[in-house]
Design a protein around this ligand. Structure first.
Ligand code: ADP
Ligand code: ZN
Ligand code: ZN
Length: 817
């Protein structure tokens, strides 16, 4: 017999369509598309009376319908993902309760429609084919149309009344009958090329002029040197041209990367020698790479050199012919990590984050698909990067809340990263100075391996944190209420020393918090130990977990005084007040308002770096990203704002925030000083933050979680009900609540395992003109919880179908607004 095997024909495929439907659909693949149809390409399919695009997941032989529809078109030549990510897609759809089509859609980069903005032109061989019957009438028509001149692909399709499949255009391109030109959609982050010069021949030097000889000598000594550098040394472009013509030198281009300041990132020339702690961590991780799934929790204080470890283990993965995926928190600017990876690894790095234009993101994605990049670095959504053979997945600042996507497909990039590691048998490294309680808990349970870096590089001291009691200011008015004498003194001293200060005011999410002006206590829910929120329209304080209510004239539960105040103070006020207090200082503000305009934030940071700013006032935004060695003082205006944040993670958030803010101080030669103002100087979290003792913080926090059955001991799923009409939404929410109770009563397993909190009005009770309600489901058994939710949703779909109401599911919610 011949060795030729009968080729199994691709007949049916499963397609995930980007509509809110949980399942995938099976379609037939006509002969013409057999070659083009593969896992990861987009296809056009008939769906009901519409034509929609979907993603080809896998081929299938099982079909249980008689009348099966056929796909209409294949949109992509190159698949957008590899089959090995399918299990992850399926897991996410199931775990996050999101329809598979929407999962896939969210995972792929935007800007996939670029193809239709390209233009096409007929070639000479194409012209010869116009009358040929070797191509289809439709193809003939396209060629005829293009014979008149270059046209956008969009127009060709319009000319054919949109009946023309993209695959037909692709075929014509493949046969070289037409040429497709990509429109250049690159933006400012596109790579920059710089001209470089290296020596070529050395003979017949006598004919050269003195100046030419000098130039050659410089080039010779440098080995290779950039044209701008030569210009700086006074050698003209003309001189270069002359030498090139005579082949004494060779000109070539080299890709250069720029940081957000527009400055080039020069290649790394020397690598530091790892410290003993670094070496130990590198060795432990390296040994595991290629040996199967394992999560390492790299707990290293700020400035302990975690990035160097990331780079070394990336190198280790590459050495084993594996790839590396590095996730960094989403921030408005390039991170230090990204910058350093660029410097060390250059061309084999692809980046994916929200600062890229759609076209750039698409280009990066395709570079990864085509295996032109073996290192991917990016924010949250980079976790879906189409890398194969992953050796290591690194999540920097794993505690960061920006890993959680809280709109549309609500997933946590860090948790997905861990799952991807598990499914691809790779090593996962979660790095942080302040690990999330959830992951540190896994570490203490030996599910993850904890690696520690207890000291800063060069043994630089940790900043000194001074706690100052804000209650001493209670009788004061205006600025004196919020700036203690200690803070004022420190600011003044820092100014006198010609050093810089940061003033941090946490203003996330909520306008005000009820704090007692007498004793400093925040009003807590008696059931949940969560700060209550004042709802103006109801004239009452409410717990947004369980709905417990207190009237607006409640006395302080701690000291019985009637002086509950809604604490609120903005960055704008703070800036004005600081200006008034230090008229000679250069004060700037960085928050959402001042950074709306593009480039504004870069300008502020540039000024900060160039020491054009003495005091920078700001929100969260000033905490992340860059290192400025001349910042020696950090003032935290009111630590209570996050401590009493109405969320069970408020303690964790506060500890993280205080440690990260403090970590900004004293990164250079001079040691840092932190002034931490608070109404609760004796609070445990504040005290552990002062000592920067993570273990103490953790042991305290984990006990609290255990006592009240919060994560990691229980899992949460939050349902949000949103609608335009307030009464209708409230009624609907209460119906959903009743369904939850009904489903709970159906099984003994549920009555024991599932807790239902609410429905209750959401802390942000109105968003984008919709009134919002929450129901919180809580259980120690995630399987039971998922199953329970499935039945609730089924009941809601059949009995409460209402297009005017939106119902969202958020699995493992992070900040419950
Ligand atoms: P972290 O991410 O832990 O806050 P970084 O990675 O920013 O710390 O490291 C702090 C500084 O120490 C950086 O400037 C880095 O280049 C430097 N560094 C890291 N490792 C070493 C080392 N082994 N020897 C000397 N300098 C180092
Ligand atoms: Zn009180
Ligand atoms: Zn409560």
């Amino acid at each position: 017999m011949s060795t030729c095997q009968t080729k199994k024909k691709l007949v049916y495929i499963n397609v995930a369509i980007a509509v809110p439907i949980d399942q995938s659909y099976t379609y037939q693949v006509p002969e013409a598309f057999h070659n083009a149809c593969r896992t990861g390409v987009r296809v056009m399919v008939p769906f009901g009376r519409q034509t929609l695009s979907g993603y080809c997941l896998e081929t299938t032989t099982e079909v249980n319908f008689d009348k099966i529809k056929s796909i209409l078109d294949v949109l992509d030549e190159t698949p957008l993902f590899y089959p090995d990510i399918l299990p992850l897609f399926k897991w996410m759809a199931q775990y996050y309760c999101c329809p598979i089509g929407q999962v896939v859609k969210s995972c792929l980069p935007d800007g996939l429609s670029v193809i239709t903005s390209n233009t096409a032109q007929i070639t000479e061989s194409g012209k010869a084919m116009i009358e040929s019957n070797k191509i289809s009438p439709m193809e003939q028509q396209v060629l005829k149309y293009l014979d008149k001149g270059r046209q956008p692909v969009k127009n060709i399709r319009k000319h054919m009344k949109n009946k023309l499949p993209i695959s037909c255009i692709r075929r014509l391109e493949r046969l070289a009958y037409i040429q497709i030109e990509k429109r250049d959609i690159r933006g400012s982050a596109a790579p920059k090329y710089i001209q470089y010069i290296r020596p070529q021949r050395k003979d017949e030097m006598d004919v050269l002029t003195k100046r030419q000889k000098e130039l050659l000598l410089v080039i010779e000594q440098a080995g290779e040197i950039s044209a701008p550098d030569l210009k700086k040394l006074g050698f003209s472009q003309q001189l270069l041209k002359k030498l090139e013509e005579k082949s004494y030198i060779e000109l070539f281009e080299k890709e250069f990367y720029r940081d957000p300041f527009g400055e080039t990132i020069p290649p790394d020339t020397s690598m530091p020698i790892p410290t003993p702690h670094q070496a130990e961590a590198i060795q432990a991780i390296d040994k595991q790479i290629g040996q199967g799934f394992q999560v390492f929790l790299l707990h290293g204080v700020t400035g302990s050199g975690k990035t160097e470890i990331y780079m070394r283990i990336t190198d280790a993965a590459l050495a084993k012919s594996l790839t590396a995926l590095i996730l960094v928190p989403e921030i408005a600017l390039i991170t230090q990590v990204e910058r350093q990876f660029r410097a060390r690894f250059g061309d084999c790095v692809a980046v994916l984050h929200s600062r890229l234009s759609n076209g750039e993101r698409f280009d990066q994605w395709m570079r990864i698909i085509r295996k032109q990049a073996s290192i991917v670095i990016g924010a949250r959504s980079a976790v879906f990067a189409p890398l194969e053979n992953i050796g290591v997945i690194i999540v920097d600042e794993e505690h960061d809340a920006s890993y959680k996507q809280s709109t549309q497909f609500r997933y946590n990039g860090r948790d997905v990263a861990t799952m991807r590691g598990k499914m691809t048998n790779s090593v996962v490294v979660l790095g942080s100075a302040t690990p999330s309680v959830q992951n540190y808990y896994h570490g203490t349970q030996h599910k993850y391996k904890i690696l520690k870096l207890p000291h800063r590089i060069h043994n630089r001291p940790m900043p000194n944190i001074q706690i100052v009691d804000l209650k001493q200011n209670l009788g004061m008015r205006g600025i004196r209420r919020i700036i203690t004498p200690e803070l004022e003194y420190s600011l003044k001293k820092t100014l006198d020393n010609k050093q810089q200060s940061l003033l941090f005011l946490n203003r996330r999410g909520f306008a005000t918090l009820p704090v007692c002006a007498q004793c400093g206590e925040t009003m807590m829910c008696k059931n949940c130990d969560i700060a209550m929120i004042f709802h103006k329209n109801m004239g009452a304080y409410k717990c947004h977990y369980c709905g417990f209510t207190r009237s607006h004239n409640t006395l302080c539960p701690n000291c019985a005084s009637g002086t509950l105040k809604n604490l609120g103070y903005g960055t704008q006020r703070l800036e004005q007040d600081i200006n008034a207090l230090f008229p000679d200082a250069r004060v700037a503000r960085m928050d959402q308002d001042t950074t709306q305009k593009k480039g504004r934030m870069i300008q502020i940071l540039k000024d900060l770096r160039d020491q054009q700013i003495d005091i920078l006032v700001g929100t969260q935004m000033i905490v992340k990203g860059h290192d400025f060695p001349n910042i020696t003082m950090v003032g935290i205006i009111c630590a209570d704002l996050s401590l009493n944040f109405p969320d069970f993670r408020s303690g964790e958030l506060t500890y993280q925030l205080l440690a990260q803010v403090s970590g900004r101080a004293g990164r250079g030669e001079s040691p840092g000083h932190v002034i931490l103002q608070t109404y609760n100087p004796n609070h445990f979290i504040i005290q552990t933050a002062k000592k920067q003792n993570y273990e103490d913080f953790f042991n305290y926090e984990i006990q609290f979680r255990k006592n009240l059955n919060y994560p990691p001991y229980a899992r949460l799923i939050q349902l949000t009900i949103a609608g335009v009409d307030p009464d209708h939404t409230a009624v609907y929410a209460s119906h959903v609540g009743q369904f939850c109770q009904k489903v709970k009563a159906t099984s003994q397993a549920y009555t024991h395992a599932i807790e239902i909190l609410g429905p209750v009005i959401a802390p942000v009770s109105r968003l984008a003109n919709r009134f919002r309600w929450h129901i919180l489901l809580k259980s120690s058994y995630i399987k039971a919880l998922h199953q329970f939710l499935y039945y609730v949703k089924q009941a809601v779909d059949t009995h409460l179908d209402d297009k005017s109401i939106q119902l969202y599911t958020d699995v493992d919610p992070v900040i419950m607004t």
